[in-house]
Structure formats: C-alpha cells, structure tokens
Design a protein around this ligand. Structure first.
Ligand SMILES: *Cc1c(COP(=O)(O)O)cnc(C)c1O
Length: 444
C-alpha cells in the first residue's frame, strides 16, 4: 500500500530536470482529474459558471483565458528553455504587434536588417504611425560593436533579433548583442524571433535574451494547419509578462481552443520532427553542394557556412547533445555520416541555382516532393522563390543588398525519407539546368 502511494506520488511530480522531449509530451498535458482522459478535452465554452460573484475555477470568459490555451501556454513555457511565462496569440504577427505596442509612445527599436517581412511592415508602416515608433535596421551579423552601440539612443527600448535570418540564413551572435544591450544606459530589452530554429535547436533565453517570440504556424505546430503565435519570458520578467497578458486580453487577438489544442498536439513531437528536419536538411544541403548546377548553398550546419562555428556554439543544450551524439557515432563506427563536417541545424536551406529566374522556375515546377508554396516548418517539404514570393514586396535594390536574387531558392526541408528528398532535388536540378546542356549535346 505504502509502495503504491509512493509510486503514485513520484509519478505525479513533474521534475524540472526532465529532458526536452519528456517536457514536450507531459507538461500542460496532465490526465484530467475529472474523467481520467489522458488527452485534454477541447473546451469550447465561451463562459464559465461562478459559484458566487467572483468565485470561479480560474476561468470567466474565454478571451481572458480558457483551459486549452492555458495548457498550450504551459507547454510552451516549459519547451522554451529558461522560460516561465508564455502567452499565445492568434498569429505570430499579433504577437509581434502586441510586443511592440507594449513599448508605448515614441520608443526607438533596433532591428536586424533582414527581419521577417511582416515585422518590418508593422515597425515601418503601422507602429511608426500609431505610436511614433522609430526603427533603425542594423546588420547585426556583420556590424562591429561600435556600430551596434552607435545605433542605440536614449529611448531605445528594444532590440529585435532573428537568427538565422530569412532567406539568406545569416546568424546573429545573441550573447554579444545581449552584452551590448546591457552596457547601454537605456537598457533595451533583447527579443529573439526564434521561429526558424524552434525551441529545439535554440534557447535564446539561456543566452540572456529577455523574450522569445514564435510563429507557432511554423515548426511548433508543424503540420501547416494552424496560424498562431506566442511570446515566452523568463521568471524575472513577470511584470512585463503581466503587461503583455493585459494587452492579450485587451486586444483580443487570441487563438481558439481548437487551434490551441492542435498546436499542443503538434508541439508534443517537436523534438522528433526537428531532429528529422535537421538530418534531412543536412543531406539535402550536402547534395546541393555536390551538384554542378548549384552556385552556392546556404545552410549554417555546413562546414562551408561562414558562421558554422557560431551555429555550433549557439545550439541549445539539448540540440548540442543530439549533434554530438551523431558525431560520436561517426567516430566510433568509422562511418562517414558526417564526413563533410556538417551537423543538423534546423530544416531551412537556401541555394543559388546556376542561371536565373528561368532555371529557378523550372526547378520549382519540376520538383515532385517539394511543393511550390510559401511558409515553412511543416512535415511536408516546400520550396519557394523569395524574390517573387515571400520577399516580393521588398524593392529590387534592397533585395540586391540583402542577396535575394532571382536565382535564390528557399527550401523548407520536411521529414520525408532523406533519400527521396535528395533524389527529388537532383532530378529537378538536372531538368532545370542540366536539361539544356543535354539537348545541345544531343544535337551536336
Ligand atoms: C511566419 C513568421 C512570422 C509571422 O507569423 P504568422 O503566424 O504568419 O503571423 C514571424 N516571424 C517569422 C520568422 C516567420 O517565419
């Protein structure tokens, strides 16, 4: 009897030292005390009975809070290592808008220069008008410390980082930017949009960032069937979290219970999917590097990437463990899984195809498994042409500065079988670039 009770007691404790995958599956997903259901029920009710005025079970009205959103938020707070508070919003863009609105009037923000297009639009065309927000865009990858510090003003309240950036996968050294921010009297908050790497590969809060934001639409939900976003903050920012919580309710840009439930289900396999995205992306990137039809491959996990060492240094503790385990397998067996010195680093790969827009277009329509579509982070592989799709609204001269030419193709490598994806990329390249050569040779 005693043993059973003790076992029961131990089982109920959710240890803080549980690993990433364990937390993904268990935190926020405790079996129902009422029915024993192992999977949380979807709670669609918009309102909640009160036993007396103001006496309730923690829920009053579904915009302010509901069981499914609460459950997802606790999963997210646990997954983003170093996090304690999580707030879910109806999109990544609503998250960004709320974070920037919390700065109040006439604030100044320093942002990485090739920030996500929607973030750029909100800073430049919405917040500038509605709250007098001023933004300075800085190449946070290349700029030296003096240049970054020179961009700070007395009213600089926030630094916005994305790493890697989209679609050219430049890396920002987060601890460096954090220490520059801490050294400045205006004490700006450091916010990292961690959408591309997900909490699996990167833990910006452990690197000193004040807040992480995500488009859950991408890797965290992972199945291309929910639009949602979230902000996650460490325990010492409970005041800021309360302010965002107030705005979340005041704006009402909240996710539905059903979407929250789906995103939580997706998050439970984040660790499995991200490992597969990473190993597949590495193999696709290596195949692209071998191809005579490719000018340049951009993947931070490749030894050829200029910030390869920073990529390794920036891995989350759990991703580092995974990456190191691949390397030791290689060493022990003498199998050259990793002979080129690469390692998995997320699922996004960009490359410049030999030729221009025509070849790029041919590649994109010839691929069988890589669907031509915007967005990223789902289990299925996608491919797109940033210059005309995701980044089409950027003026051509600015695109040129950012390195977004007509031959730059962005891949979101899914979790299909790696050899099928490699084969697909090779046949599409052969068709797009090799095809003409063959015709010419044949006619000679
Ligand atoms: C998609 C995306 C967003 C915006 O998220 P939505 O859910 O589409 O509103 C923000 N940042 C990055 C890096 C993204 O990829």
């Amino acid at each position: 009897m005693t043993i059973t009770n003790e076992a029961h007691h131990v089982k109920r404790q959710k240890s803080h030292s549980d690993g990433f995958g364990t937390r993904a599956i268990h935190v926020g997903s405790e079996p129902s005390a009422e029915t024993g259901a192992v999977i949380p029920a979807i709670s669609l009710s918009t309102t909640y009975k009160q036993d007396a005025v103001g006496v309730h079970k923690g829920f009053e009205y579904s915009r302010s809070g509901n069981p499914n959103r609460d459950a997802l938020e606790s999963t997210l707070a646990s997954l983003e290592s170093g996090g304690a508070h999580a707030l879910a919003f109806s999109s990544g863009s609503a998250t960004t808008a709320t974070v920037l609105q919390s700065l109040g009037p006439n604030a100044h923000v320093v942002s990485v220069n090739d920030v996500y297009g929607g973030t750029f639009r909100y800073m430049r065309r919405v917040a500038s008008e509605t709250q007098g927000l001023e933004t300075t865009f800085v190449d946070l990858e290349k700029a030296d410390d003096e240049t970054v510090l020179a961009s700070f003003q007395d009213n600089t309240k926030l630094i916005w980082i994305e790493s890697p950036t989209n679609p050219t996968l430049r890396l920002v050294d987060i601890p460096r930017v954090v220490s520059l921010a801490r050294s400045h009297p205006s004490r700006p908050l450091v916010v990292v949009d961690n959408t591309f790497l997900s909490p699996y590969y990167s833990s910006p809060l452990l690197q000193g960032a004040d807040m992480v934001v995500h488009s859950l639409t991408k890797y965290i939900n992972g199945h291309s069937d929910v639009v949602m976003g979230a902000a996650i903050l460490p325990s010492h920012h409970s005041q800021l979290a309360a302010k965002l919580r107030f705005l979340q309710n005041a704006h009402g840009a909240v996710p539905s219970p059903y979407d929250s439930w789906l995103a939580q289900r997706g998050a439970k396999t984040l660790h499995l999917r991200m490992k597969a995205h990473g190993t597949n992306a590495l193999q696709v990137a290596q195949a692209l590097e071998r191809s005579p039809y490719v000018e340049e491959v951009i993947y931070p996990g490749l030894a050829s990437h200029p910030k390869h060492a920073l990529a390794y240094r920036s891995l989350s503790p759990h991703a580092k463990k995974f990456v190191d385990s691949l390397r030791s397998t290689v060493d022990a067996d003498g199998v050259s899984q990793d002979s080129e010195g690469g390692f998995p680093y997320g699922g996004m790969v960009s490359f410049r195809i030999r030729g221009g827009a025509i070849e790029a277009n041919k590649f994109l329509t010839a691929a069988r498994l890589f669907t031509l579509a915007e967005s990223l982070g789902g289990v299925e592989s996608l491919a797109e042409l940033p210059s005309q799709m995701t980044h089409g609204s950027i003026p051509e001269t600015e695109r040129a500065i950012l390195g977004i030419g007509d031959n730059l193709i962005r891949l979101s490598v899914g979790v299909e079988e790696a050899e099928d994806l490699v084969h697909d990329v090779e046949q599409a390249l052969e068709f797009a670039v090799g095809g003409d050569e063959k015709l010419t040779n044949g006619s000679r």
